[in-house]
Design a protein. Structure first.
Length: 384
């Protein structure tokens, strides 16, 4: 019978070989397997974007500075640069150029400096002094005075000066940057991870019980003014980094979830996903290995916004006077910016450095994540 059909349809042995069924494993691999060059292709496409690569390099320089400056600094971020009287170390200018410092001081302060000159003949500390009632306006070399007061004659310096507590502004700015970046990336990663896992699952079950319940939860959380509940929870749980991180995660997972749900609902009925279902792929495999890679590029902006949101949430607490600075407090970029506004008249670099760091972080992350989005999104792939 088979030979008759072959004769009837004029099928050769070569034609029959082409009509053999492929093995089930090979068929599954063809339909649901990931191409081996998927991530390699993404990396190559990202590095073709010169602006994104440059922004990434600049960001990495800032990040590495925030790591290594605190490690190699001779000072502590929670203590004055010297154990001398606080009036001698607070609000000092940059030590670069060894320029004299003009300040209005008490008579006791002037006596200390005069005694230093008397005990170190030939050393000029005070350049000029003018008595104004109970106070004296003087011009003197602050770092030389600190060195002479040190029992070990330690040489003191500060790249951009000290704050109102005598702490090195260069050190506290970079350590505050490190703390803000770590909080932003950890919180942003957890928020986005939860959002992707929950949102993509909801996208495949739109209108069903699990989707309806979770959507009501999201709507309840989003209906409350975000910043209001954030402030209330901060007052209850505290202003330490762990408490702030937990609050941000609890309040911030809803946005990535909603976005992931929306994009998943758009592609859930695509033919390639239906084909995977036909050949027996599990629902979880279809959701997280087939559908998710198609929308992951769209979610990079969500991840970026979560990171920046964490950084600004931490900074905003200082501007709202919910965190008050003290010498023993771990550096906070928001506090540094807030306190630096009081030093503008005496030391402009006190505000320029931390504000520049924050601006560079936001701009470079935005450009980098835009490049990553273009590399991950198949629709942006250039046709050669």
């Amino acid at each position: 019978m088979e030979e008759n059909k072959n004769t009837q349809h004029k099928l050769s042995e070569a034609d029959l070989a082409l009509l053999n069924f492929a093995s089930q494993n090979n068929l599954n691999a063809a339909l649901v397997g990931k191409p081996k060059t998927f991530w390699k292709d993404i990396v190559l496409r990202f590095f073709q974007n010169k602006f994104a690569v440059f922004a990434l390099i600049v960001f990495l320089v800032v990040f590495l500075m925030s790591i290594f400056v605190p490690i190699f600094s001779p000072y502590s971020s929670t203590k004055p640069i010297s154990t001398a009287d606080v009036s001698l170390v607070q609000k000092l200018p940059s030590s670069i150029g060894n320029k004299p410092h003009r300040v209005l001081i008490s008579s006791d302060f002037l006596d200390i400096l005069k005694n230093l000159e008397a005990n170190n003949p030939g050393t000029k500390i005070i350049l000029e002094s003018q008595r104004l009632g109970n106070q004296v306006r003087i011009s003197y070399y602050p770092y030389l005075a600190l060195s002479l007061l040190s029992p070990t004659k330690q040489q003191f310096s500060s790249i951009i000066g000290t704050d109102s507590f005598g702490r090195d502004l260069w050190l506290t700015s970079w350590e505050g940057t490190r703390n803000a970046l770590l909080l932003g990336f950890i919180v942003g990663t957890i928020q986005t991870f939860i959002g992707i896992i929950v949102g993509t699952y909801m996208g495949f079950h739109i209108g069903k019980k699990v989707d309806n319940i979770l959507m009501r939860v999201i709507e309840i959380i989003n209906s409350i003014p975000w910043f209001l509940i954030f402030i209330i929870l901060v007052q209850i749980l505290g202003t330490d980094y762990l408490s702030i991180g937990i609050i941000l995660i609890v309040l911030g997972w809803t946005n990535p979830t909603y976005v992931a749900r929306s994009y998943t609902s758009i592609i859930k009925d695509e033919e390639f996903l239906y084909a995977s279902k036909v050949v027996g792929a599990s629902k979880l495999r279809i959701i997280y290995l087939e559908a998710l890679p198609q929308i992951i590029g769209k979610l990079t902006n969500v991840y970026l916004n979560r990171i920046i949101g964490g950084i600004f949430a931490l900074s905003s607490l200082a501007f709202l006077q919910l965190i008050f600075d003290n010498p023993s407090l771990t550096p906070n970029l928001g506090l540094i910016l807030n306190n630096s506004t009081r030093l503008i008249d005496e030391n402009i670099w006190a505000i320029i450095l931390p504000s520049s760091i924050l601006a560079i972080i936001v701009i470079t992350l935005k450009i980098t994540f835009t490049g990553l989005h273009d590399a991950l999104d198949p629709k942006t792939k250039k046709v050669s």
